[in-house]
Design a protein around this ligand. Structure first.
Ligand SMILES: Cc1cc2nc3c(=O)[nH]c(=O)nc-3n(C[C@H](O)[C@H](O)[C@H](O)COP(=O)(O)OP(=O)(O)OC[C@H]3O[C@@H](n4cnc5c(N)ncnc54)[C@H](O)[C@@H]3O)c2cc1C
Length: 465
């Protein structure tokens, strides 16, 4: 609990932009995991200096600070597990500059991802990273988690677009990293270290992003396959044909059935897998790549291929993909969702082993995601009210991670570690990796005031999905 004296000092730093009203605190204590911890106070910074002064106070009085964007994170990163003060970054939401000559955009962290995309697209530019949460998530949150999305297969993830940052360090110093140039090799790459650091090493207050010219055309298709292997072989054949689609999304058999029961779209419920494929470029290139892709699908036993003829049909095809999350919750009211990633050639092995695991633990496991980059969202379905089943579901995650690592995969392709995956991080990065991570954290944050207990395990944090 923060003392009245500390709260008064914080209010002086954030006039009319600090609250400890119970009804306000309730709104800033949870994220998309559904876990919750109520902070002592929430502040709404509008500039880096305010945050720096708050860091100095937090070091002096030793209380935790937790940066927060939209709270859409999937690993508990913005949950104030140790209470303290939440920094809600959404008032720093200006697009400061779109530099048409240098193809860059400078933004504040609270800019909503979809808003930035719309604004740059109006000018004929393109900011590719497209997490499915883009209508709510902030660029600051995307930078802190290293967010990706369906377009990552061709265009990469947030990390690939960050040229430089302004960051308030936990010590209260304000630094700028990177450069406004397309290349720079001056010292250690602090920008890449800070991207994906989940608000544990600094609070991001400005971001310089790289833009691309907007592709002139896109083509979209939905292809149904009798088996996962047929779909996976299609993915491999498309890449072998030297085509990197703009998106290459995958749904397994259970996801197809769940969506059909929810949407009544007319999907074949005997399909073993579905791919949603998109190409882009000039109209001729997008069309010719899509024709090649359709040929490859036919050569790999596609049961049906639907190619969108216009924007309305494209939206309809995307509805199938976007309906997965709501539809699978009809199978069980809760899901434990892990975004494991394997080399794309190992996807059939991953699917086979997950099917065996599902039978062994007697729980539905539904899989969908980004086949193009091997990032599969594995959903262990459960009902939290059924205590025995929920415990069984949580234990199943150990085996999901074990399978993924044995297939040369990684625990998280895009959601990060936060508190949800911290207990497993050593399995992937090893004891030395964990030690270095802790040492790095201590260099940036000697008093452990910024987002404590995230990324590396902290015994005082109770794991509770
Ligand atoms: C329906 C749904 C779909 C999703 N789809 C995707 C997807 O396709 N791809 C994907 O990658 N993720 C996805 N996510 C997860 C989530 O949206 C992303 O992790 C996103 O980047 C979080 O942004 P946010 O603004 O909500 O950040 P928050 O959830 O508020 O915070 C996330 C982390 O960033 C830190 N942080 C926030 N702002 C700052 C800042 N300015 N400085 C320093 N640290 C900061 C927080 O402390 C926390 O650790 C999805 C989530 C939902 C609910």
């Amino acid at each position: 609990m923060l003392s009245t004296e500390i709260k008064t000092k914080i209010r002086a730093l954030f006039p009319d932009a600090a609250t400890d009203a119970a009804e306000d605190l309730l709104v800033y204590g949870f994220d998309a995991t559904g876990q919750e911890k109520i902070p002592d106070m929430v502040v709404f910074p509008t500039n880096a200096r305010q945050i720096a002064d708050l860091m100095l106070l937090a070091n002096e009085k030793r209380f935790p600070l937790v940066p927060r964007g939209a709270g859409s994170g999937f690993v508990g990163g913005s949950i104030p597990t140790h209470e303290g003060v939440v920094l809600n970054m959404t008032r720093m939401n200006r697009i400061l500059k779109i530099d048409e000559a240098n193809l860059t955009a400078e933004v504040e962290p609270g800019v909503v991802t979809a808003h930035l995309q719309r604004e740059v697209e109006r000018l004929g530019f393109f900011y590719p990273p497209d997490p499915a949460s883009l209508k709510v998530s902030t660029i600051g949150g995307n930078v802190a988690t290293g967010a990706g999305g369906p377009r990552a297969v061709k265009y990469g993830v947030t990390r690939d677009y960050v040229l430089g940052l302004e960051v308030v360090l936990p010590t209260g110093e304000i630094i700028r990293t990177g450069a406004a140039t397309m290349k720079s090799v001056v010292g250690y790459d602090l920008t890449r270290l800070l991207v994906g650091s989940e608000g544990t090493l600094g609070v991001v207050t400005k971001i310089l992003l790289k833009l691309l010219p907007k592709p002139k055309a896109t083509r979209t298709a939905l292809a149904m396959f009798p088996t996962v292997d047929a779909a996976a072989n299609t993915v491999a054949a498309i890449i072998r044909a030297r085509i990197i689609p703009r998106t290459l999304e995958f749904m397994d058999k259970s996801a197809v059935r769940a969506v059909e029961e929810y949407l009544h779209y007319g999907l074949p419920t005997d399909a073993g897998a579905i791919l949603l494929l998109e190409t882009d470029g000039t109209p001729e290139a997008a069309q010719s790549e899509m024709e090649t892709i359709c040929d490859i699908c036919r050569q790999h036993e596609a049961l049906d291929i639907q190619v969108a003829r216009d924007e309305a049909e494209k939206e309809k095809l995307w509805t199938v993909r976007r309906s997965i999350s709501p539809s699978i919750l009809r199978i069980r009211p809760n899901k434990i969702n892990e975004d494991v990633t394997v080399p794309r050639s190992r996807i059939p092995d991953l699917m086979k082993r997950l099917a065996e695991l599902s039978a062994k633990v007697d729980l539905p496991i539904i899989n969908f995601g980004h086949a193009g980059d091997g990032n599969i969202h594995v959903n262990v379905m459960t009902d939290k009210k059924n205590v025995e089943e929920y415990e069984r579901a949580k234990k199943t995650i150990d085996q999901v991670f074990d399978i993924c690592l044995k297939l040369d995969g990684t625990l998280s392709g895009e959601h990060g570690i936060g508190i949800s995956k911290a207990p497993w991080i050593e399995l992937e990065i090893g004891a030395v990796g964990v030690r270095l991570t802790r040492q790095l954290k201590a260099v940036f944050d000697p008093n452990n005031i910024l987002n404590p207990g995230k990324i590396v395990p902290d015994e005082s944090v109770v794991f509770n999905h």
